[in-house]
Design a protein around this ligand. Structure first.
Ligand SMILES: [Zn+2]
Ligand SMILES: [Zn+2]
Length: 393
């Protein structure tokens, strides 16, 4: 599974499809690809069916859940969903979904169960067309992510030809109904199903490319396509707190639809530039500061980097190596819909021990070596630090 397909594309529905449309689109796909139907197929067929079935089920699991759908509409695939083919089906019950789609306890029965073709009606719904989406990337620094920002991206998208206004010809009389599809833009082909069921596959008309019309005297500027590719700068509002792999949708900035439908969208995928000092994990930031033995013993003030400039913190006398200081609110804000509040900055203090000492330094330290103050005597807090050190960072 290489590139993940858009969930709407998987189900073959438009972005403003109703819950009922989404359900019925999934129902058709589930009926077609459910592994039960392919038990006597070849291995390749079984594999394709299983993949298609899973892909459709994943799309439906997201688009049928108003909250997940809203999140997907705004940001595209989650981090989890992006990672290879690894959608986690553990989170929801496939059979539960099938029951909700097919109604009643009988019928489909999930994997391995019986099969019910009752109510398999209709077909050939009015598929409205829209322009193709365009996907681009934008790289952000953590500072930009912390506050949110506006980015300008340069994209090439199709727009209606200014010469013919998108019609493909100057004279309306040169536009004729397509003789192949008689204006529907689609051609139907009978296919024999695996159980001998007759069904139809509907595809875009090869002569008119789905327009339903043919042009006999094409516009010279666009050669009859009605479209022109132009480069434009589009500004994209990036909300604070976004993460690597999230997707921002800019409506209507994708390609124009050759059939006069609405424009596609521009999908902007977030890339996060690594920060010179700070490491990010979700809303939290991590920084390691190395201090001297003397500063650890006597205490001091240090400056640590943060996303809104250098920040001073106090190191208490007697600070153990590995101590973590938490600076509340100096992390990143959560993206709306992904959590709430602002994260923290965690500073880990590591004590550097000198490798070389002068004769006089060594002598002074030798005097102190046997002092009880230098003999390890771990307090409860110390123990907590030493136990935790291996787990954090
Ligand atoms: Zn033109
Ligand atoms: Zn046609």
């Amino acid at each position: 599974m290489a590139q993940k397909r858009d969930y709407y594309e998987v189900l073959g529905v438009s972005k403003n499809a109703s819950a009922e449309d989404i359900k019925s689109a999934y129902r058709k796909l589930a009926l077609k690809w459910h592994p039960d139907r392919w038990v006597s197929g070849t291995d390749a067929e079984k594999k394709t069916a299983e993949e298609n079935f899973k892909e459709a089920s994943e799309a439906y699991s997201v688009l049928s859940d108003p909250q997940k759908k809203a999140r997907y509409d705004q940001f595209g695939f989650d981090g989890d969903q992006m990672g290879g083919g690894g959608f986690d089906f553990g989170g929801f019950d496939l059979n539960e979904i099938l029951r909700s789609v097919f109604g009643g306890a009988g019928g489909f029965g999930g994997f391995g169960g019986g099969f019910d073709f009752g109510g398999f009606g209709g077909g050939g719904g009015s598929r409205s067309t829209r322009g193709q989406d365009i996907r681009t990337r934008v790289t952000l620094t953590l500072e930009e992510i912390a506050k949110g920002c506006t980015k300008t991206v340069s994209i090439e998208h199709n727009r209606p030809c200014p010469e013919c206004g998108g019609k493909g010809t100057k004279n309306s009389s040169d536009i004729k109904t397509c003789p192949t599809c008689h204006g529907s833009g689609q051609v139907r082909q009978a296919v024999r199903g695996i159980f001998g069921m007759q069904s139809f596959s509907i595809s875009t008309c090869p002569q008119c490319g789905g327009k339903g019309k043919v042009v006999s005297n094409p516009c010279r500027r666009c050669h009859g396509t009605g479209l022109e590719r132009i480069r434009e700068d589009v500004s994209v509002q990036i909300p604070a707190g976004v993460q690597e792999g999230m997707q921002i949708t800019v409506p209507n900035q994708g390609h124009a639809d050759p059939n006069g439908g609405p424009n596609g969208d521009l999908l902007v995928v977030i890339r996060e530039a690594p920060h010179a000092d700070l490491l990010r994990d979700g809303v939290n930031l991590f920084y390691t500061k190395v201090i001297s033995v003397m500063d650890a013993m006597l205490g001091c003030e240090i400056t640590v980097p943060s996303l809104d400039g250098p920040y001073k913190i106090k190191v208490e006398p007697g600070t153990q190596s590995g101590t973590v200081q938490r600076i509340r609110g100096k992390g990143l804000p959560a993206v709306q819909g992904y959590g709430r509040g602002t994260g923290d900055l965690f500073v880990k203090l590591m004590v550097w021990v000198p490798r070389k000492l002068s004769r006089s330094e060594r002598e002074k330290l030798e005097e102190m070596r046997s002092s009880s103050s230098f003999t390890p005597d771990l307090s409860r807090d110390d123990r907590a630090v030493f136990d935790k050190t291996k787990n954090i960072f």
